[in-house]
Every structure is written in structure tokens, then in C-alpha cells.
Design a protein around this ligand. Structure first.
Ligand SMILES: Cc1cc2nc3c(=O)[nH]c(=O)nc-3n(C[C@H](O)[C@H](O)[C@H](O)COP(=O)(O)OP(=O)(O)OC[C@H]3O[C@@H](n4cnc5c(N)ncnc54)[C@H](O)[C@@H]3O)c2cc1C
Length: 350
């Protein structure tokens, strides 16, 4: 065991899960505090890793490194937990307009990676234009990974189920004390709640709410992720995750009627198959204006760290940056500059 280090981690979403897993791999002792609230981003996400982004279909930031890294990490943690929730899929990008089809065709002509054009007709979906294919893409059962890792943590007394209260945190020379326990570092991996911390509140967080429906559709092919405005993603047992919206002005955890009405309308228009609704999920994305994660140590208090700001891409980003932060703490390896929270040194020292 690395005896100089003893880490307190706040939050066990996908960020805190991967962070603690890498600390364990490095033989560093840690303890997690998580309040186990139901509507977190990680618990409602599809767990999709999509290598291209947005209307212009550009390659996602750092994806050539991050995607294989994440897939490998998820395979390893699943092996340790004896579960199997890593699924490689193709995304079928079903063009709603001629303009979208042209944009995709242009990107294929430019030989953009991950894209190809597919002239198939998808039997059970209404569409009148061609279909673009994005591959490989993945669906990771992050909720299951988090639940199974929680069981492991509980069995080994590495997690407590309570609300972390920053007022109880004492900063000493180079360490911290929380509830009479000394730690070398505290790391905030508590999603949107990180923005409430007095140490991190100046970061440009831009939280937004997202919703999804879980539906059952007996005969829809589970080999594909269907994207046509909303995304229909297979999550096993003929169940599909359907989402999502982005609400910046409404960040309470209440599901909206509007989303449910519009999504049912969308499914009725898109799917030629009967479906039933099983669940309506909601979560707040820990997004930020720059769309780059917040990773690293505080400029004034280097015993205080952060792994947050994952936005809409926690499934892809969390493994890679959790590992970077762990390597940074144990052997001072440099962090990716665009992710390093020291890019905000000035505002963090205010
Ligand atoms: C509808 C929706 C769909 C999404 N789909 C995808 C997707 O397909 N692919 C993808 O990559 N990303 C997706 N995302 C984004 C993804 O969910 C987030 O990027 C990711 O889950 C963030 O993880 P996190 O661990 O940083 O934060 P969180 O998941 O918010 O976890 C924070 C944890 O901290 C705990 N906590 C908070 N405050 C305290 C406190 N004071 N004391 C103790 N514990 C505390 C919470 O209980 C929680 O467990 C989606 C998000 C939404 C809302």
C-alpha cells in the first residue's frame, strides 16, 4: 500500500467509481462518501459512447484515445465485478432532412473517420432518406457498474452513505481532516453538486437537465442505436432508452409532462412497432461552458482535487481522466492541458 496517500472521494457516480477503481489498482487507500440520491446523471444516462458529435458530425474531442481507453477500462472493471455490460453497436443516423443527409455525405466524402453511408431500409422505422452509419459506438451499462462497485465498496467498508458537509472540512498544512480522520487529499467527484463547493464555485459550470424514457419494444432489432432527433438505444431485454432533451433554465429534478408527451408523439411517428413505457428518468448534467472536463488539483490547496464537469460525455471521459488524475497524484504525471483545472487558476484563487 502507498502509505503516504489516503484519499477522501466525494460522490460515486461514474467519475467517483472510476477514480476509486484506479486508486485501488494503484494500491492507494481511499474512502468514498456518497448520499445515494436517485436522480443523478450517471443513473439516468444511456451510457452511450459516440465518436462523432453534433450537426456538423465532427469527431469528438480526443475520442481516438479516449474511446479505446474507456472500453478497455470498462471491460476490466466488469471482469473484476463479474458482470458483462459493454456492448459494441452501430449507430444508425436516420436523416430527417435532405440537408442532414447532405452534411453527412460531405463528411463521408472527406473520409471522416467512423462514418459510412448505408442504403438499407430499416424495416420497423419510418424514414424516407438514406441512413448514415457511425461505428464503432458503445453502450456501457454504467448504472450496473456503479451498483456492483457499490456492493464491493460496502462489503469492504470503503464507502459511507451520507451527505458530505463542507463546513466540517478542516484544511491543515498539507492535508485535510474530515470527521476526525486525516487524509492526504479530498477529491470532489460529486457531479453538479461540485459547483456548490466554496473551492470550485468559480468554475464555469452550466448544469442542464436531461430526461429519458425507458420503453419495452419486443421486436425492434437490438443490434443498433437509432438516432433521429432523439436517440433510441438498446439496453438489454428488449428495453430501449429514449432521450434526451437539454434544459438549461430548469435544473430541478422533476420530470416534465412536456418531455413525456413529445417523446410519445415522436415514438408513434418513428416506430412502426408497439411499445410500452416502463420508466421516466431525469438527471442533471454537470456541464460547463467550455465542454472540457475539470480535472486536477486546486491552485491554492493542492490537497483538494476535482473530477467533474463531464457534461454529456461522462461515459467516454470518466475512465481516461480518472486515470490521469490518479497518475498525477501518485507520480506527478502531467494532466492534459485542456482538462487541467489549473487553466482556471486565476478565478480559483479569487
Ligand atoms: C438524460 C441524460 C442522458 C445522458 N446520456 C449520456 C450518455 O449516453 N453518454 C454519456 O457519456 N453521458 C451521458 N450523460 C451525461 C453523464 O450522465 C454525465 O456526464 C455523468 O454521469 C456524470 O457523472 P459524475 O459521476 O461526474 O456525476 P453524477 O452522476 O452526478 O454523480 C455524482 C455523485 O455524487 C453524489 N453526491 C452529490 N452531492 C453529494 C454530497 N453532498 N454528499 C455525498 N454525495 C454527493 C451523488 O449522489 C452522485 O452519486 C447523460 C446525462 C443525462 C442527464
Amino acid at each position: 500500500l502507498n502509505t503516504k496517500l489516503n484519499i477522501l472521494i466525494i460522490g460515486q457516480g461514474i467519475s467517483g467509481t472510476m477514480l476509486s477503481w484506479y486508486f485501488q489498482q494503484a494500491n492507494v487507500s481511499f474512502k468514498i462518501i456518497d448520499n445515494n440520491i436517485p436522480n443523478t446523471a450517471s443513473k439516468c444516462a444511456a451510457g452511450l459512447i459516440n465518436p462523432v458529435t453534433g450537426r456538423r458530425i465532427v469527431t469528438t474531442w480526443m475520442i481516438d484515445k479516449i474511446m479505446p481507453f474507456a472500453v478497455n477500462a470498462y471491460h476490466q472493471i466488469c471482469k473484476q465485478l463479474n458482470i458483462d455490460v459493454v456492448r459494441e453497436k452501430e449507430i444508425l443516423d436516420i436523416f430527417a432532412t435532405q440537408q442532414m443527409q447532405d452534411a453527412f455525405l460531405n463528411r463521408v466524402a472527406e473520409e471522416a473517420p467512423y462514418l459510412s453511408i448505408n442504403n438499407i431500409k430499416i424495416d420497423n422505422l419510418n424514414h424516407h432518406l438514406s441512413v448514415g452509419t457511425i461505428a464503432p459506438a458503445y453502450i456501457i451499462g454504467i448504472k450496473k457498474i456503479i451498483e456492483n462497485w457499490l456492493q464491493y465498496l460496502q462489503t469492504n467498508q470503503l464507502i459511507v452513505n451520507e451527505v458530505y458537509d463542507e463546513h466540517l472540512l478542516e484544511i491543515q498544512n498539507e492535508t485535510i481532516v474530515y470527521q476526525n480522520q486525516h487524509y492526504s487529499h479530498i477529491i470532489y467527484a460529486n457531479g453538479v453538486a461540485t459547483a456548490q463547493s466554496k473551492f470550485w464555485k468559480n468554475l464555469p459550470f452550466a448544469p442542464n437537465k436531461g430526461e429519458a424514457l425507458i420503453i419495452k419494444c419486443e421486436t425492434l432489432n437490438e443490434n443498433f442505436i437509432y438516432k433521429k432527433g432523439l436517440t433510441i438505444a438498446p439496453i438489454g431485454n428488449q428495453q430501449f432508452w429514449v432521450g434526451s432533451n437539454y434544459l438549461w433554465d430548469d435544473t430541478n429534478e422533476t420530470p416534465t409532462e412536456k418531455f413525456i408527451t413529445e417523446t410519445i408523439h415522436y415514438l408513434n411517428e418513428t416506430l412502426k412497432l408497439p411499445f410500452t413505457i416502463l420508466e421516466h428518468k431525469v438527471g442533471i448534467r454537470p456541464a460547463n461552458i467550455e465542454r472540457r472536463p475539470f480535472v486536477g488539483l486546486h491552485p491554492t490547496f493542492p490537497q483538494i482535487g476535482i473530477l467533474s464537469g463531464m457534461g454529456a460525455k461522462g461515459t467516454s471521459l470518466a475512465p481516461y481522466f480518472a486515470n490521469e488524475l490518479v497518475q498525477h497524484i501518485i507520480s506527478n504525471k502531467p494532466l492534459t492541458l485542456e482538462a487541467d483545472v489549473l487553466r482556471f487558476s486565476k478565478i480559483l484563487q479569487r
